[in-house]
Design a protein around this ligand. Structure first.
Ligand code: SF4
Ligand code: SF4
Length: 66
């Protein structure tokens, strides 16, 4: 299975939660109104969260096959 790391730039993030709504895999959840990758193993690397972010604050890093 490919492994992906979700990287959120909290200096750019404004907490709009668009990324959380965009992720059908439930990778992201809000904690204190900010997004966190609470289920990173479920990430499929689709980058729907990246496309949904108005602030270019989230990126997906491919980490290899596990
Ligand atoms: S890349 Fe896809 S599966 Fe991974 S966190 Fe973003 S929306 Fe969810
Ligand atoms: S879509 Fe971007 S700005 Fe909005 S909560 Fe997610 S990372 Fe932050």
């Amino acid at each position: 299975m490919p492994i992906y790391r979700v990287v959120i730039d909290y200096d750019r993030c404004q907490g709009c939660k668009n990324c959380i709504k965009a992720c059908v895999m439930g990778v992201l959840e809000a904690i204190d109104d900010m997004p966190y990758a609470v289920n990173p193993k479920e990430c499929r690397g689709c980058e729907d969260c990246v496309k949904a972010c108005p602030n270019d604050a989230i990126k997906i890093v491919y980490e290899g096959i596990a």
